[in-house]
Design a protein around this ligand. Sequence first.
Ligand SMILES: *Cc1c(COP(=O)(O)O)cnc(C)c1O
Length: 401
Amino acid sequence: MKIPQDRLNRYVGMRRDFAEEEYINLQPIQRGGILTEEARRAILEFGDGYSTCDWCPPKTARLDMITDPPIQQFYQDLAEFLGMDVARVVTRCREAKFIAFRMLGGAGDYVVLDSTAHYSSYIAAELAELRVKEVPNSGPPEYRVDLEAYAAKIDEVKKETGKLPAALLLTHIDYLYGNLNDAKVVAKIAKECKVPYILNCAYSAGIMPINGKELGADVLTSSGHKSWAASAPTGILAFNKSLEEKFTARSKMEGDLTKRKFGAKELAMLGCTVMGAPLITLMASFPEVVKRVERWGEEVEKVRYLVAELERIEGIKQMGMRPKMHTLTHMETESFYKVSETHKRKGYFLYDELRSRKIVGIQPGLTKHFKLNTYGLTWDQIRYVRDAFFEIAKKYGLKIS
Ligand SMILES: *Cc1c(COP(=O)(O)O)cnc(C)c1O
């Protein structure tokens, strides 16, 4: 079929609406994925298809064996940086979770997870044909996960099925409120009950210091495009020696006619994973990522400052646990909602007002509550965001204490 030229023309000279240089972008999922200069250069160099595969070793023929570019070394450094034994780069955090679920469980098994888990945790479990048992949270305003309740949920699963769950999964930083869950509490339960423990660090590893061994994780998952200054799709699956055999098991498939076998290929990785530019961006940003996690303390200072300032506006309140331990923040903004009810742009007024001040990333149409992420903003930008909110509040007659 012939595609009309005017439709093809739309793919020429595509531009992004929110250039990083022009706007302050508060979009929670985007702050940790902004590329470093080095990654920007690398993406040009390695943009072609299978660009990582020039020197694929013929015998082992596997991405993680390539030494130029230094992918093999990178996997080792990545594991070491995370305090885990083995690491693999996969396409996304959700794929890392899927692989872990698939290799740890069988159809009908349970995974016990926190009730603030990301949708992709549920879907990864579903595709792996597992069932979920949710650990409750306290609800508003803190939404604190009852970590001790993992033990009771394991018992529930045992009563129901006569066996242990396939895995426990804890979301280290939840995507809704930015709450930090104490990974060690669940690690202790996992160890006592002898259930493999997956710590989902999509919003933590790559921006804050993480040591999987110290936190007691058997498996650690993360997202390169969310938290490692890398292009999508990139994800990280790291695990400990005890699971290495399971997770890196080789293919046993044999062609019934040809008798061909693929015994060098890791089954769960489908042979090779990210074989081009996205992996290279992850590697190119790694030296900066290693440094930036050491500056996490200041990132937390900045978000606490902004939250305290924004809460001076009447009817604005931070949701989730206090004080903030992460830069992802959920604000309840009852007073902006009241303004929206009589505004001709309704819920879009706040978006318009922010955008006219070169601030984007607050979901259009939302005024009752919204999320923002201050990760990587300078102090000047933090103050600029505060001033913008103050201006908007004043314009609509809201009090600032
Ligand atoms: C963003 C997020 C994910 C999804 O990451 P992908 O790499 O896009 O799959 C998974 N879990 C949590 C907790 C997240 O915040």
